[in-house]
Design a protein around this ligand. Structure first.
Ligand code: DQA
Length: 149
């Protein structure tokens, strides 16, 4: 299984950025945790972070025909980006939305998720563990080919 993990704006500043909300561990620790679980499951993973909406759209488009599934934390673009929603719908890959914080318990402006409308599942409020949960969920449903061989 080939998996694309996308992280949106300001997630590169994990550890520095509002640690009370997002935790004290840095972005490198997040990518290490994702790589560890993917290695365990035999998943080929590409982990990508950008602060730019169009670059995220480009990555989603490039996943068409190249990747089997997407895990996405669009960060602030969650609540604003119809372009990311449309890109996810365009490629039609199974996708899971992840948020480190429990967005449902935060400000009103965070209560809409455009990207989430194209995702099969949303995991929020579980910190780094949420990415692992998303990866295992996708593996259970779409990793079958490898498991049969
Ligand atoms: C976030 C939640 C968003 O509302 C916020 O803009 C982020 C991070 C999260 O992981 O909890 O940047 O996606």
């Amino acid at each position: 299984m080939k998996l694309l993990v996308i992280n949106g704006p300001n997630l590169n500043l994990l550890g520095v950025r509002e640690p009370d909300i997002y935790g004290k561990q840095d972005y490198k620790a997040l990518t290490a945790q994702i790589e560890t679980v993917c290695r365990e499951l035999g998943i080929q993973v590409k982990i990508f972070q950008s602060n730019h909406e169009g670059t995220i759209v480009d990555q989603i488009q490039a996943a068409y025909g190249a990747m089997d599934a997407i895990v996405i934390n669009p960060a602030a673009y969650t609540h604003t980006s119809v372009a990311i929603l449309d890109a996810l719908k365009a490629v039609g890959l199974p996708a899971v939305e992840v948020h480190l914080s429990d967005v449902s318990a935060r400000e009103d402006f965070r209560q809409v998720s455009y990207a989430g409308m194209a995702c099969e599942k949303t995991i929020m409020g579980r910190g780094f563990q949420g990415y692992e949960d998303a990866i295992r969920w996708l593996w259970e449903r779409y990793g079958g080919e490898e498991r049969r061989t």
